[in-house]
Design a protein around this ligand. Structure first.
Ligand SMILES: *Cc1c(COP(=O)(O)O)cnc(C)c1O
Length: 348
């Protein structure tokens, strides 16, 4: 080891699901939406000459559109390069007490990576045996709370009353609720931001809005919270939001009918598929998301994962304690799910 390596910030990076290069695959491993973005997004061409210019550093067009959609002031909205960027900024801005922040043992696997990167101590209370978050684990003294609701990779959603209970016990720290999947059937905590100035609600365009490739995420909260985050962001990198993301993101918000239609299709397919696989011996957790977390009574998850891969069907397998006999299956089109179902019927 060279001497300078002693002073390197050493991190173990987050590992995203595979993005295979092959054609003709069925891709159910990273919770992308199987439908394209709104035709209005696809039609809105960016004049290439405009790309010479820096984008609006405040992303005003997109911020105003999001604020209007949710009935908020623009000063209550923060946008970033996917919700990963928004969440990382929030960790950096709010979790500086030196006390442990809290998030569940089974949840989005980027939270511990950011905590490690930023030197934030953390503790991970265990979900109960049915994979539910236990509220009272979050009543103790802490440096902040992060809850994905619906949770990932379980898919389980809790009602707003559950989040409010956690907020009531945590008024002296920032509470982040990651609502990446809320559009697929969860109950949003957004109505609570008027009462709790320490609540940050985070959303993304990557799943329900079919725009993972454009990288758009946002946070909503009190004007004070948003101001603190913006100050950190503008001390780090002003031009994170590129011009196409700002313009096309705003177009997506304008086409609410298309958005609601595609979300409804995903939910329909999910419920149909859940019923079908329960009939062939799968245990399926209740899902308010665009994926299902499943386990079979006889065939090991790892085996299904590997055999599916040979058939060019990609699902997600986590080789981690408690969940190593589960698969996370993204809901694709009805046709894709029919092919996967035929495969599952053969294997079990
Ligand atoms: C997908 C996901 C994100 C990140 O989404 P972006 O593509 O970065 O917007 C954040 N949290 C959870 C729980 C997710 O599943």
């Amino acid at each position: 080891m060279s001497a300078w390596e002693a002073n390197v910030r050493k991190v173990e990076p987050y590992v995203p699901g595979e993005q295979p290069k092959e054609k003709n695959i069925i891709k159910l491993n990273t919770n992308e939406n199987p439908y394209p973005p709104s035709p209005k997004v696809l039609k809105k061409m960016i004049e290439l000459d405009r790309l010479r210019l820096y984008p609006d550093d405040k992303a005003t067009l997109l911020v105003d559109e999001i604020a209007g959609y949710h009935g908020l002031k623009s000063s209550q909205v923060f946008v970033g390069v996917g919700s990963d960027d928004v969440l990382a900024m929030a960790f950096m801005t709010f979790f500086n007490s030196g006390k442990k922040i809290l998030f569940p043992d089974i949840t989005y696997s980027f939270y511990d990576v950011w905590a490690e990167l930023l030197g934030i101590p953390y503790e991970r209370p265990a979900l109960d045996e049915d994979f539910n978050i236990i509220a009272k684990d979050y009543y103790k003294d802490n440096g902040g709370v992060v809850i994905a609701n619906p949770n990932a990779p379980t898919g389980i959603a809790r009602p707003i009353t559950f989040i409010e209970d956690i907020l009531k016990h945590n008024q002296d720290v920032v509470v982040i609720v990651d609502e990446a999947y809320v559009d697929f059937g969860g109950e949003s905590s957004l109505p609570l931001i008027d009462t709790y100035d320490n609540l940050l609600v985070v959303r993304t365009f990557s799943k329900s809005r079919s725009m993972a490739g454009l990288r758009i995420g946002y946070a909503m909260g009190s004007e004070k919270l948003i101001k603190y985050m913006s100050d950190v962001k503008f001390s780090y990198n002003s031009y994170t939001m590129n011009m196409p993301s700002i313009i096309l993101g705003a177009e997506s918000i304008k086409d609410d009918e298309y958005f609601k239609d595609t979300v409804a299709k995903v939910i329909d397919t999910r419920e149909w598929f859940k019923n079908e696989i329960e009939n062939i011996g799968f245990k399926v957790l209740p899902s308010a998301t665009n994926f299902l977390f499943i386990s079979h009574e006889k065939v090991a998850a790892k085996e299904i994962f590997e055999k599916a891969r040979e058939e060019k069907i990609f699902v997600r397998y986590f080789n981690k304690p408690r969940i190593d006999n589960y698969l996370r299956v993204t809901i694709g089109t009805r046709e894709e799910m029919e092919i996967f179902l035929d495969f599952l019927k053969k294997i079990v």
